[in-house]
Design a binder for this molecule. Structure first.
Ligand SMILES: Cc1cc2nc3c(=O)[nH]c(=O)nc-3n(C[C@H](O)[C@H](O)[C@H](O)COP(=O)(O)OP(=O)(O)OC[C@H]3O[C@@H](n4cnc5c(N)ncnc54)[C@H](O)[C@@H]3O)c2cc1C
Length: 284
C-alpha cells in the first residue's frame, strides 16, 4: 500500500476535471466499464487499488476504483460501475461522447511492488473484481515477477460476472489459475457452485511467500482472510479494499472514518492486521 497520490501543483483536489467517455462495455445487467479520456487537463495515472471521485454533472459524486491499467503513453482512465443509486446509475448509463468529472487519484494502492517474487492469491466477489482486475493485468503483463498466481472469482449467478470473456481467456491461457464460483446453480455451468471460500480452502499455499488480495462484500473478505490466516499467511500479507461513504477523498470531511482510519486517505486498501480488529466491531 503506497502513499496517497501527489496532487498536481496549482489545482484543487476538490475540482472535478472533465473526461469524455470513449468506450462503454456493458458487463452484465447492472454494470458497465467506461474508458475515459481527458477533455483538456489530465490527472495523474491511478495505481491499481486507488480510486477516483466520479462526478455525474448535476447529479452527484461517488467513489469508484480504477479497473484498468493504462499503457505508459496513454492517459485514459478505466472504471467499472455498478448501478445501485442515482449517481452510479447516471455514470453507468453514460454513452460514448458523454462528459464526466473526475477527481483523484485518491487512497492507497494494492502495493504490488511489495509482492514481487511472491505467490498472489486474488479473491474477488461480485463487483469486487473491478478493483482487482488491474492486479490480474499487472501480474499477466509482468508474469515473471511473481510466483504462482491464483484468481478466485465469485458471483451470485453465471450472468453476473464482470469481464466474462477476459475471465475465460485468463482461465484458458494457463498463465494463472482461475476458479469461478456461483451461488445459484444452473445447468451447464462448468465451474463451481458455492462461496469463494470453498476453492480457497482447498488451495495449497506457501504461507511465508503468499500475498492475498481480497475485494467484495465485507463478509466475504472476513471469511477469505480467515481462510488465508488459517493456512499460516500473516495478516499483514493479506490486503482488503474497504468501502465507506467517501465525500472529499482527501481526509478532510471524516465521512469515511473507520475507527482510527480515514479510509479515503488510509485506505481503501488496508492490511488485514489493521482491518481485522475494526471489522470485528459491528456498525463501526
Ligand atoms: C473506495 C471505493 C471504491 C469503490 N469502487 C467501486 C467500483 O469500482 N465499482 C462500483 O460499482 N462501485 C464502487 N464503489 C461503490 C460506489 O461508490 C457506490 O455504489 C456508490 O457510492 C453508490 O452511490 P449512488 O448515489 O449511486 O447510490 P446511493 O443512492 O447512495 O444508493 C442507492 C441504494 O443502493 C445501495 N447501495 C449503495 N452502494 C451499494 C453497493 N456498493 N452495493 C450494493 N448496494 C449499494 C444503498 O444502500 C441504497 O439503498 C466504491 C466505493 C468506494 C468507497
Amino acid at each position: 500500500m503506497t502513499e496517497t497520490a501527489t496532487r498536481p501543483a496549482g489545482r484543487s483536489a476538490m475540482h472535478p476535471v472533465p473526461y469524455r467517455v470513449v468506450s462503454r462495455i456493458a458487463e452484465n445487467r447492472d454494470s458497465a466499464t467506461l474508458v475515459l479520456t481527458p477533455v483538456g487537463e489530465s490527472l495523474p495515472a491511478p495505481q491499481p487499488g486507488e480510486f477516483m471521485m466520479m462526478y455525474a454533472f448535476g447529479i452527484g459524486e461517488v467513489a469508484i476504483s480504477v479497473s484498468g491499467v493504462p499503457a505508459a503513453s496513454d492517459d485514459t482512465i478505466t472504471h467499472t460501475v455498478r448501478a445501485v443509486g442515482a449517481v452510479s446509475r447516471a455514470l453507468h448509463d453514460a454513452p460514448p461522447g458523454a462528459q464526466i468529472g473526475l477527481r483523484g487519484p485518491f487512497g492507497t494502492s494494492w502495493g504490488l511492488d511489495t509482492a514481487v517474487g511472491r505467490d498472489l492469491v486474488i479473491v474477488a466477489g461480485g463487483v469486487g473484481l473491478a478493483p482487482l482486475r488491474p492486479v490480474v493485468l499487472a501480474a499477466l503483463r509482468d508474469r515473471d515477477r511473481y510466483g504462482r498466481v491464483t484468481l478466485i472469482a465469485g458471483a451470485r449467478s453465471r450472468d453476473e460476472f464482470l469481464f466474462r470473456s477476459e475471465l475465460d481467456d485468463w482461465a484458458n491461457g494457463g498463465a494463472i489459475d482461475v476458479h469461478m464460483t456461483i451461488d445459484v446453480p444452473v445447468q451447464g455451468w462448468p465451474g463451481e457452485v458455492g462461496f469463494v471460500t470453498a476453492p480457497l480452502r482447498r488451495l495449497p499455499v506457501r504461507p511465508d511467500n503468499t500475498t492475498g488480495f481480497l475485494c467484495g462484500p465485507e463478509v466475504m473478505m472476513r471469511n477469505g482472510a480467515k481462510e488465508l490466516s488459517r493456512k499460516g499467511v500473516a495478516l499483514s500479507d493479506i490486503r482488503v479494499s474497504l468501502e465507506r461513504n467517501m465525500e472529499c477523498g482527501i481526509g478532510w470531511c471524516g465521512h469515511c472514518q473507520l475507527g482510527p482510519l480515514l479510509l479515503c486517505r488510509d485506505g481503501p486498501v488496508v492490511g488485514y492486521d489493521a482491518a481485522e480488529p475494526l471489522l470485528r466491531v459491528k456498525e463501526l
